[in-house]
Design a protein around this ligand. Structure first.
Ligand code: FES
Length: 334
């Protein structure tokens, strides 16, 4: 169960699940929100309740719009009991807050198949760095070279950020980046970009996550986030690759699916004769299983070819184009 908070005058809406404060929900969904202590002492997160009812943590206090307490509600302590409208200056939704550039240090590098490395970075301490699950970053490798990667982890308290980096000797950036992918290396990073965030999934009853190879990285961050906040909606992941080794975190996904009954996982392999599971193109496997797209939101993570093939075939099968979101639509428009 969740309630909707509408921020005035920005007209932004935030879904706050039961058990989360308004501040927690806003931060986890990648909003910029003024805050300091998350404990009810600094008062930086104060807002004015314009409509609805909420409850304050640690106090048996219920506040309704129009009551004297409604003028200064501390959002880190506030739990909506109904849909509410709140005035909080400076709140910004994911994609609206400023892009930040930081130096991040590589902590681990793990080669997970012939081509892909999972690289973890630690973001600097003492700085509030805001990004949302599903967003991407640019590695600023040197003065002339940068490369974009989906962030493969939801925002974490320990400031670890994960990328899945595929070796691509044909690109101009990878040969410059590859020798620097070692623990201890400091790399400049620009982050907080992209509109494919949990916020973009508001209003959907069911979520279809379609991933091709390392397109899974963005999908992983969304899965981590949605499971972490206890989002009860069905999540159906279809992850496709040519060989089973392309599904380099297959065991991790199976483990998550075993622990969360709303996560359903279908691995699909196109080019391996001894694979006993689903075969062929990943989006065709979706079409074999799904005849009615109503209530679904689809996230496409993968190459432009894969994402547009899926879009075209899903639309032909009855999906509305606005039901699908993907970074591909922004960086490779057609
Ligand atoms: S963040 Fe300090 S009072 Fe809410």
């Amino acid at each position: 169960m969740a309630h909707t908070v509408t921020f005035h005058p920005q007209q932004l809406s935030l879904s706050v699940p039961d058990g989360q404060s308004i501040l927690q929900a806003a931060l986890q969904q990648g909003f910029y929100f003024p805050w300091g202590c998350d404990a009810g002492t600094c008062r930086v997160c104060s807002g004015r309740l314009l409509a609805g009812t909420l409850q304050l943590r640690h106090q048996d206090t219920t506040i309704t719009a129009g009551s004297p307490l409604a003028d200064a509600v501390l959002c880190c302590l506030a739990y909506p009991l109904t849909d509410i409208t709140l005035e909080v200056p400076r709140v910004q939704a994911p994609g609206q807050f400023p892009v930040q550039t930081v130096s991040a240090q590589i902590t681990t590098v793990q080669q997970v198949n012939d081509d892909v490395k999972i690289v973890q970075f630690r973001l600097p301490a003492g700085k509030k760095i805001r990004y949302s699950a599903g967003q991407y970053c640019d590695l600023l490798i040197d003065a002339d070279t940068s490369a974009s990667f989906s962030i493969a982890s939801a925002p974490r308290e320990d400031r670890i950020l994960e990328l899945h980096i595929r070796a691509n000797p044909d690109s101009t950036s990878y040969p410059v980046l590859a020798p620097r992918l070692v623990p201890g290396e400091l790399i400049r990073m620009r982050l907080g970009m992209g509109d494919v965030t949990p916020h973009a999934l508001n209003g959907a009853d069911k979520i279809l996550l379609l991933a091709g190879s390392t397109g899974f990285s963005q999908i992983k961050a969304l899965i981590e986030y949605l499971l972490q906040v206890g989002d009860p909606r069905p999540l159906h992941l279809y992850w496709g690759g040519r060989q089973s080794a392309d599904l380099y975190l297959h065991d991790w996904v199976e483990q998550q699916a075993a622990q969360h009954s709303n996560l359903h996982y279908v691995p699909v392999i196109s080019d391996q004769t001894d694979w006993n599971g689903r075969k062929g193109f990943v989006h065709k496997a979706v079409l074999e299983d799904l005849q009615d797209f109503s209530g679904w939101k689809v996230v496409g993570g993968g190459s432009p070819g894969m994402v547009y093939a899926a879009l075209d075939d899903f639309v032909a099968a009855g999906m509305k184009p606005e039901q699908m979101i993907s970074d591909v639509f922004a960086y490779a428009p057609r």
